[in-house]
Design a binder for this molecule. Sequence first.
Ligand SMILES: NC(=O)c1ccc[n+]([C@@H]2O[C@H](COP(=O)([O-])OP(=O)(O)OC[C@H]3O[C@@H](n4cnc5c(N)ncnc54)[C@H](OP(=O)(O)O)[C@@H]3O)[C@@H](O)[C@H]2O)c1
Length: 191
Amino acid sequence: MVNMIYSISYKENIVGNRDTNDLVFNIREDLQFFKEMTIGSTMIMGRKTFESLPTGGLPKRKHVIVSNKIKTTKDAVEILGEKYIENLTFINLDELEEYIREESRVNKISIIGGAMLYSHFLEDKNLFDLLSNIYATEVERIPHIENPVKLEAHSELREKCDFEVIKIGQGKDRLDDNNLVDYKIVRYFKR
Ligand SMILES: NC(=O)c1ccc[n+]([C@@H]2O[C@H](COP(=O)([O-])OP(=O)(O)OC[C@H]3O[C@@H](n4cnc5c(N)ncnc54)[C@H](OP(=O)(O)O)[C@@H]3O)[C@@H](O)[C@H]2O)c1
């Protein structure tokens, strides 16, 4: 099983903050959902997303980093700096499809970002076909971000896939603790 998972401000397709390399909201229920979905899985992520994780990575999950720059352990230590930990797996973009085909025979796979990697999956037919589900936690809007990271391909998902809303709720937005935002967790799957 290969799942993709992200949170998004869907009116503007914003998934990240370029200046801070951070997520755009931090609703507790969304983080909990992410944890439930990814625990025990092999997480595949772009290099910048790995750099945005807490030092030490996330427990009970295998970390696979897509990077064209990191080819040796020495590169990894230099490029990732204090974020470097042992037991990371590095693959380049050309190896991605084959890696997923092999790894998904033995482990559940979670594609966890960021925008560059998500876009690649949504735009490359072979990779798109490998996806079982896309889970998107959607909020309508977020407060202004100077340099947003966008996932424009999200707009086309409702044309390409069937979908079902699996959870609706209100959560506290980390940007403003008093601000309750409506969120929906939507599962997209192939017709
Ligand atoms: N909303 C969410 O659910 C969510 C989830 C994860 C991340 N994010 C946010 O997204 C932002 C980071 O996303 P990002 O798009 O800047 O970076 P990213 O996809 O995390 O990482 C990009 C890097 O990974 C490699 N890579 C991945 N896909 C590639 C492709 N298609 N072509 C070439 N190289 C590729 C390259 O590494 P090398 O440069 O080493 O070759 C590239 O520089 C952060 O703000 C993060 O917090 C949001």
